[in-house]
Design a protein around this ligand. Structure first.
Ligand code: GDP
Length: 456
C-alpha cells in the first residue's frame, strides 16, 4: 500500500480511540500525540501537523461527538487541504472539468508530452507507464528517447517500449537531443500517433546544462504538456526541486515516483503540493501497472484505511469487460450487494495483480483485512471464503436476506460442502455483513466520481 506505514500508524491510533467507551481529554491528547508522531515520521511538514492538532477541538467531545470521527475528520480534512495544490483547485473551479481531465491528453489531436526530471527519478520508467495507461484508454502512444546524456538510455526505453508494444524512436549516433526529439515527433505525427511522449535527459543535480537542454528540446517540439517526474525519497527537499523545474520550463503537472517504499513519501507529496504544481500520477512500483492517477481525497481515504472507491472502480474498469461494468455499478447503486457480487469481486481482485494495492482501495478492507506484510494470509482467507461460496445455492448467492443466509441448516450445509466448520461460515457471513454495510453507502450513487470521506 502506498505510504503503508503512515497509514497503518494513523489508522492504528484512530482505532485505539474507538476502543474506549468514554474518551476523555487525556485519551484524546495521547491519541493526538500518536497521530502527530506518525505524520512527523513520514516527513510531513510541521505546519500541516500543527493545523491538524488545532482543528481538533477537545471541547466538542463534551458535546457527545464521536471522538474517533472527530479526529478522523480533522486528519482527513487537513491532509486533503495539504495535497490539493492551487492547480487542482483552479481546475476544479473550471466547472465540470476535473483535475484529471484538465491534465489528460485530448482525443482526436496529436498530443506531444515532454517528461523532465533528474537522473534516476524514474523518468524513463514513467514514460512507458504513462504510455501504457493511455494506450488502455484507446490512445495510440509512441515514445521518443531524447536522452543522449545517459549511456544506455535509448536501450532501456527500447526494451520497455517493446515489452509494452509501443512504437519508439531514438538514435545511437545523433548527439543533439533537440534534433532527435523533433525528428521523432515529426515521424510519429506522420504515422498518426496521437500521444507522442518525449523522454529527456536528466542530470545528477539541478544544473544549468540540464535546464538549457530542456529548453532546447521544448523549443524543438513545442510540447502540449511538460510533466515533471520526481523521486519521493528526497522527502521535503522536493519543494526546492519542484520549484526549480517549474521556474525553468512550463511544468504543467507532476508525477511522484517510488511511493511504494519510502517513509518520506508524505513529505514529498506535501512539498510538491506547496509549490502548487498538480500531482497527476504516482508511481508505486517498478512494474508497468504500478502507476495510479492521483486524487487527494481517495488517496487520503486509503491512507487512513477508509478505502477508495474511485481507485477501485478504475481497477475494475481495467479488468472487467466493459459491457459488464454498468451492470455491477447499477447493482451496487441499488444497494443490492449479494454474496455473488462479493464472489465476483474476489475473483476480479485475484486477476488484478498486486493484492495489497488493490485491496487497500476497498473501503473497509484497507488496514484491517490487509495488514502490511500479511498478503499471503489474506489471500488464503479470500480463497477460503470463495470456496464456501462455491457450495452455496443460487438462491443464497443472490439473496440480500441475512435471515436466509443465517439459517443454521444452510450454514451447516455450506460449511460441509466446503470442508469447513459452521464457525467458518459465520466468519464469512460476518465479513459479508461488514462489507454490505460499507457498500450500502453506494446506494443511490451512479458511478462514484469522488472517493473518500463524506462521500455517502
Ligand atoms: P531515469 O533515470 O529517471 O530515467 O530513471 P529510470 O526510469 O531508469 O528509473 C530508475 C530506477 O527506479 C529503476 O530501477 C526503476 O525500475 C525504478 N523505479 C521507477 N519508478 C519506480 C517506482 O514507482 N517505484 C519503485 N520502487 N521503483 C521505481
Amino acid at each position: 500500500m502506498v505510504l503503508g506505514e503512515l497509514g497503518t500508524a494513523l489508522a492504528g491510533a484512530l482505532k485505539k480511540l474507538g476502543e474506549h467507551t468514554v474518551v476523555d481529554e487525556e485519551i484524546m491528547e495521547a491519541c493526538l500525540k500518536e497521530v502527530t508522531r506518525a505524520l512527523l515520521q513520514a516527513d510531513v511538514n510541521v505546519q500541516y501537523v500543527k493545523n491538524i492538532v488545532k482543528r481538533v477541538n477537545i471541547n466538542e467531545l463534551a458535546a457527545g461527538l464521536n471522538a474517533r470521527k472527530l479526529l478522523e475528520k480533522a486528519v482527513f480534512t487537513e491532509l486533503v487541504n495539504m495535497l490539493e495544490g492551487e492547480g487542482a483547485q483552479n481546475a476544479q473551479n473550471e466547472g465540470v472539468t476535473t483535475k484529471r481531465e484538465k491534465y489528460a491528453p485530448k482525443k482526436g489531436v496529436p498530443n506531444v508530452v515532454m517528461f523532465v526530471g533528474l537522473q534516476g527519478c524514474g523518468k524513463t520508467t514513467t514514460c512507458t507507464k504513462y504510455a501504457h495507461h493511455y494506450q488502455k484508454k484507446g490512445f495510440k502512444p509512441a515514445l521518443v528517447c531524447a536522452d543522449t546524456f545517459r549511456a544506455g538510455a535509448f536501450d532501456q526505453l527500447k526494451q520497455n517500449a517493446t515489452k509494452a508494444r509501443i512504437p519508439f524512436y531514438g538514435s545511437y549516433t545523433e548527439t543533439d537531443p533537440a534534433k532527435i526529439a523533433s525528428d521523432g515527433v515529426e515521424r510519429f505525427k506522420a504515422e498518426k500517433n496521437d500521444l507522442i511522449i518525449v523522454d529527456t535527459s536528466g542530470r545528477h543535480k539541478q544544473e544549468s546544462a540540464l535546464f538549457e537542454e530542456m529548453r532546447a528540446v521544448a523549443e524543438a517540439v513545442n510540447p502540449d504538456m511538460t510533466i515533471f517526474v520526481m523521486d519521493s525519497s528526497i522527502g521535503q527537499a522536493a519543494s526546492d526541486q519542484a520549484a526549480a523545474f517549474k521556474n525553468t520550463v512550463d511544468v504543467g503537472s507532476v508525477v511522484v515516483t517510488k511511493l511504494d517504499g519510502h517513509a518520506k513519501g508524505g513529505g514529498a507529496i506535501s512539498a510538491v503540493a506547496a509549490t502548487r504544481a498538480p500531482i497527476v500520477f504516482i508511481g508505486t512500483g517498478e512494474h508497468i501497472d504500478e502507476f495510479e492517477a492521483f486524487d487527494a481525497k481517495p488517496f487520503v481515504s486509503r491512507l487512513l484505511g477508509l478505502g477508495d472507491w474511485t481507485g477501485f472502480i478504475d481497477k475494475i474498469a481495467d479488468v472487467i469487460p466493459a459491457d459488464q461494468q454498468p451492470e455491477l455499478l447499477d447493482k451496487l447503486a441499488q444497494g443490492q450487494f449479494t454474496m455473488r457480487i462479493l464472489y465476483e469481486q474476489f475473483a476480479n481482485i485475484q486477476k488484478m495483480g498486486p493484492m495489497s494495492a488493490v485491496m487497500s482501495m476497498i473501503p473497509g478492507f484497507g488496514n484491517d483485512v490487509m495488514p502490511k506484510g500479511q498478503e499471503k494470509q489474506s489471500q488464503a482467507k479470500i480463497k477460503r471464503m470463495m470456496c464456501m461460496m462455491d457450495s452455496m445455492t443460487d438462491e443464497e448467492l443472490d439473496t440480500t436476506s441475512l435471515k436466509l443466509l443465517q439459517d443454521p441448516k444452510r450454514m451447516e450445509r455450506i460449511g460441509r460442502g466446503a470442508g469447513r466448520s459452521p464457525m467458518d461460515v459465520v466468519e464469512l457471513i460476518e465479513e459479508y455483513k461488514r462489507l454490505a454495510k460499507m457498500m450500502g453507502k453506494m446506494k443511490g450513487l451512479k458511478a462514484p466520481k469522488k472517493g473518500g470521506y463524506g462521500q455517502s
